[in-house]
Design a protein around this ligand. Structure first.
Ligand SMILES: CC(C)(COP(=O)(O)OP(=O)(O)OC[C@H]1O[C@@H](n2cnc3c(N)ncnc32)[C@H](O)[C@@H]1OP(=O)(O)O)[C@@H](O)C(=O)NCCC(=O)NCCS
Length: 152
């Protein structure tokens, strides 16, 4: 398994968009799959935010994704954010999400940030195990979320 920036694999934009649309479409009400594809294409960077990453198996097939983005929670002034962490169900519990999180952290650090944020409704334990600190809990677009941060 290896982690690569999405810009190295433009052929995977559609898959990343499809996963995100199915998993988090409700958090971006009104956004179509086609609009999400355009947004994901905008994450094909390495030296500036936003940056999307893909996890690739030994056959170079995509098994996961994660992103470093500037804003995530609407109206929240904090930035930047780790977002859109997703691993193919058949490949979970093998450390792939952890490797994606570390890649996003390293990139944020390289780009000069000393603190990174995320919010999650599903996996606070994953991030706590990677050294993230719980901040506030709140309701956001129909979900009960935990905001977390990590000093880089
Ligand atoms: C959450 C998700 C990204 C985890 O991916 P993963 O590759 O399985 O995670 P890792 O293997 O790196 O897990 C590392 C540790 O996190 C914890 N963890 C991971 N998934 C967990 C879960 N569903 N429940 C509880 N703990 C979990 C475990 O401690 C795990 O270590 P272990 O397997 O040695 O016990 C994956 O289940 C997923 O894509 N879920 C759907 C999308 C989602 O909820 N994304 C998170 C949005 S913030």
């Amino acid at each position: 398994m290896k982690i690569a920036p999405l810009v190295e694999r433009p052929d995977l934009v559609a898959q990343v968009a499809a996963w995100g649309f199915a998993e988090w479409g409700h958090l971006n009400p009104g956004e179509t799959l086609e609009q999400r594809v355009v947004r994901i294409r905008g994450k094909m960077n390495v030296d500036r935010i936003p940056v999307a990453f893909v996890a690739l198996d030994d056959a170079d097939d995509i098994v996961g994704t994660a992103s470093l983005i500037f804003d995530d929670l609407e109206g929240d002034p904090r930035n930047p954010w780790l977002a859109s962490v997703f691993v193919l169900p058949t490949h979970r519990r093998k450390g792939i999400a952890s490797a994606l999180v570390r890649a996003v952290e390293a990139t944020a650090r390289r780009l000069g940030y000393s603190r990174l944020y995320l919010f999650t409704s599903t996996a606070p334990d994953l991030y706590a195990g990677l050294g993230w600190r719980p901040l506030e809990r709140r309701d956001y677009r129909g979900e009960h979320i935990q905001v977390m941060d990590r000093m880089l």
